[in-house]
Design a binder for this molecule. Structure first.
Ligand code: PGA
Length: 255
């Protein structure tokens, strides 16, 4: 049974000062929660300061994006090697990257490969839009995103895949556990099994994301195909994020 994981995506929130304060408050609550990996993903400019706060604690650091090239003339971008010394994780292919910055499956695939080369663990985000769901294409879209992100990768090592239906992100309307299970256990897992001969269930952790709160996380964490949560809004609220981590531990340990 893989170690469950809760990851907090701060998105474009918090100044460096605010980020430091938030990290301190989060660490205070999270450090005592065991049986789950805890990851926070602040904006780039706060990574170094937050890394300082997390040093010597059980809370890990992740970035929200990166470029796939090692270095070069890519103004405004951040290379994998620049993150490798600071972070263990990197979010890739978040739906906001896909929709606002035109990130394609091909771009995500290059980034996933580059993350592995740099020794970073990718958290690859997939998920269908409302329109795709309503036209019956959710399974096809998500399977395509998984295949696209992992194309040409023979060894997936420690990979995390977050299923975040676009219509559930930041809306307060989470997917039902049935829908999450249909996609995660019924689409993502079989897609991985089709691609890899070694049982992916032993290597890949699947997170549900999209309006996760202390009130609904247990229903997701109880699902066999779910190993934790990717949390946006509630990760900016230390009391809520710590509570989410605790609930995931309880649900995964059968409590
Ligand atoms: P949300 O965001 O929890 O605020 O819906 C999730 C995400 O975008 O990762």
């Amino acid at each position: 049974m893989p170690v469950p994981i809760v990851a907090g995506n701060w998105k474009m929130h918090t100044s460096v000062t605010e980020g430091l304060r938030l990290a301190l408050e989060l660490v205070e609550g999270l450090d005592g929660v065991s049986g789950v990996e805890k990851v926070i993903c602040p904006p780039f400019v706060s990574l170094e300061a937050v890394a300082g706060v997390l040093r010597g604690t059980s809370v890990k650091l992740g970035a929200q994006n990166m470029h796939h090239e090692v270095q070069g003339a890519y103004t405004g971008e951040v290379a994998p090697g620049m993150l490798a010394g600071l972070c263990e994780y990197v979010l890739l292919g978040h739906s906001e990257r896909r929709s606002h910055f035109a990130e394609t499956d091909e771009a995500v695939n290059l980034k996933v490969k580059a993350a592995f080369r740099a020794g970073l663990c990718p958290i690859v985000c997939v998920g269908e839009t409302l329109e795709q769901r309503e036209s019956g294409k959710a399974a096809e879209v998500v399977a395509g995103q998984v295949r696209g992100a992992l194309r040409g990768l023979h060894n997936i090592m420690d990979l995390v895949i977050a299923y975040e239906p676009v219509w559930a992100i930041g809306t307060g309307v989470a997917a039902t556990p049935e829908t999450a299970s249909e996609v995660m256990g019924g689409v993502i897992l079989p897609t991985l099994q089709e691609m890899y001969t070694r049982d992916p269930a032993a290597q890949v952790r699947l997170l549900y994301g999209g309006s996760v709160s202390p009130g609904n996380v247990e229903s997701f964490a109880r699902l066999e195909s779910v190993h934790g949560a990717l949390v946006g809004g509630a990760s900016l609220r230390p009391d809520q994020f710590v509570e989410i981590a605790r609930i995931v531990v309880g649900a995964k340990s059968g409590g």
